[in-house]
Design a protein around this ligand. Structure first.
Ligand code: IPD
Length: 273
């Protein structure tokens, strides 16, 4: 177990690295080619996803040499026993938006200490927005020289809620998720699909949605955004109220989160193939 690091410093480092990677990514925005696919033909990897993760790993190795790193493109790299810190990196969340020249994409970097997420940053250069969070202290949106403390919207009934969601890449999963969204749609105000889970969670924190849910997210998709949302007053959980997981991530303030989770359970969410 490592000595507890200063979480605010980790958050600041995450933001700095997110900005550097974001600047690199701006150069290829809307102009890159896919170099590979992952879970399906539409799950793209561009050379920029890889370059962004390489840059973040290099900078982390210099700034905090003993730390472990889990990154979307290169997987898990162990750290030294005395560090206790692991970085969770999505070098480019919203790759399809990025590929099409749309603005909702982000670099998402979180830091865990002894298995708990303690700091995070989501940097979205296409939107000109940055978000940081420090566990137990709060989360903020940084826009130019302005730094605003984030607070979710006061909870509404599910029938009045604007709910964001996302869809996985495999067609069997999408068919099932689409059916579920179609059944939820008449029971809520409306549904949004932004295309970058980290941005969804930050926008929830900022009051741009009332709630968010998605099946099949990877840890790197929600690690930093989940802290931004929970520090702004959202509960970020799975369907049974446990920690968010790949099976399902539901996020909203209480009691809306319970109402949404109950509705999703009733519709069989989390069971898509
Ligand atoms: C994807 C985005 C998308 C979500 C998918 C994720 P990627 O991440 O966050 O909004 O619906 O589930 O896989 O592939 O762009 O890093």
């Amino acid at each position: 177990m490592g000595e507890a690091p200063d979480s605010a410093e980790l958050a600041e480092l995450a933001r700095e690295l997110g900005r550097e990677a974001g600047t690199l990514l701006l150069a290829g925005w809307g102009q890159v080619h896919a170099v590979a696919t992952k879970s399906s033909a539409h799950d793209l990897v561009t050379e920029m996803d890889r370059a962004s993760e390489r840059l973040i790993r290099e900078r982390l190795a210099r700034a905090r040499p003993g730390d472990a790193v889990l990154g979307e493109e290169e997987g898990d790299t162990a750290g030294t026993a005395d560090s206790g810190v692991r970085w969770i990196v999505d070098p480019l969340d919203g790759t399809v938006n990025y590929f099409y020249g749309q603005p909702a994409w982000a670099v998402s970097i979180a830091a865990e200490h002894d298995g708990q997420i303690v700091a995070g940053a989501v940097v979205a250069p296409g939107l000109g927005e940055e978000y940081v969070a420090v566990a137990g202290e709060g989360s903020w949106r940084i826009h130019g020289t302005r730094r605003e403390r984030l607070r979710v919207r006061p909870p509404v009934a599910l029938s009045d809620a604007l709910v964001a969601t996302g869809f996985g890449y495999r067609s069997e999963r999408r068919a099932c998720q689409g059916l579920l969204a179609a059944q939820l749609l008449p029971r809520v105000r409306d549904i949004r699909r932004v295309g970058a889970a980290a941005v969804d969670l930050c926008w929830l924190a900022q009051g741009r949605f009332d709630a968010y849910y998605e099946q099949g997210l990877h840890y790197w998709d929600w690690a930093a955004g989940g802290l931004v949302a929970s520090e702004a007053g959202a509960v970020v959980a799975d369907l049974a109220g446990g920690p968010a997981s790949e099976r399902l991530t539901v996020a909203a303030p209480q009691p809306l989160v319970d109402e949404l989770a109950a509705a999703l359970r009733g519709l069989g969410a989390g069971e898509c193939p």
